[in-house]
Design a protein around this ligand. Structure first.
Ligand code: AP5
Ligand code: ZN
Length: 216
């Protein structure tokens, strides 16, 4: 199964991706997590992109596409994957289509998580992210069993730089200008399923799985 998850910042892509990826036994490939991992390890790539992430701006396509190509070439992604945060503009969407066509494959489904803007701001302002595994918790909506500690791996939870309110506004603008057009692009290709993404995390997962199975 080759799945893309799309939706505004804070829509719950990362939260849902872990369950959906597990259900279909495919790796969860998050470009945001890959960039943040490089920033934490202070790699050359991390140094190049750090300022862009904290400002809420997109990383240039050449850098992002090369990183995705390397990740998708790994053994575990050959038979399928769940992409979270990629593609994020029409250029990346075309590039991904060409990459997969060159390998004789294609996407199976694109899942759009739909959340109203006022809910997004609440979700991002209370989000805490694990430094080790990237999983998200929320101080009110999805609190960790022990404050400050990741339920998944025991790692340290921190607040992302780009979750400050001024940065959140900029990320929403970037989404509307650059990423939202890919929803129509995939709808025209007959690949899009729309999933209302408010309510309990588990209810959203069930809705997403049902929509994917209907489509696939
Ligand atoms: P990225 O990490 O992809 O950030 P994003 O798209 O802004 O998405 P988020 O991680 O903020 O949100 P999410 O939808 O995963 O929500 P989550 O599950 O955490 O990208 C970061 C940056 O990297 C970009 O700004 C850019 O600089 C760069 N980048 C990445 N990909 C790129 C690309 N392709 N090209 C160029 N640049 C790229 O949930 C949010 C919160 O809500 C959590 O606290 C969670 O616990 C809570 N929550 C989740 N579900 C529910 C629910 N049902 N009810 C209540 N609360 C909930
Ligand atoms: Zn963790």
């Amino acid at each position: 199964m080759r799945i893309v998850l799309v939706g505004p910042p804070g829509a719950g892509k990362g939260t849902q991706a872990q369950y959906i990826a597990k259900h279909f036994s495919v790796p969860h490939v998050s470009t945001g997590d890959l960039f943040r991992g490089n920033i934490d390890r202070e790699t050359d790539l991390g140094k190049q992109v750090k300022g862009l992430l904290s400002a809420g701006e997109l990383v240039p396509d050449e850098i992002t596409n090369a990183m995705v190509e390397n990740r998708l070439a790994e053994e575990d992604a050959r038979g399928g994957f769940l992409l979270d945060g990629f593609p994020r503009n029409l250029g990346q969407a075309d590039w991904l289509g060409d990459l997969l066509a060159g390998q004789g494959t294609a996407l199976d489904v694109v899942v759009e998580l739909q959340v109203p803007q006022e809910e997004i701001v609440k979700r991002l302002s209370g989000r805490r992210t694990c430094r080790s595994c990237g999983e998200a918790a929320h101080v009110v909506f999805n609190p960790p069993k022990t404050p400050g500690v990741c339920d998944n791996c025991g790692g340290e939870l921190y607040q992302r730089d780009d979750d400050r309110e001024d940065k959140v506004q900029r990320r929403l603008e970037v989404y509307a200008e650059q990423t939202a057009p890919i929803v129509g692009y995939y709808r025209e290709k007959g690949l899009l399923v729309e999933v209302p993404a408010t309510g309990e995390v588990e209810a959203v997962t069930q809705r997403a799985l049902a929509a994917i199975k209907d489509r696939a």
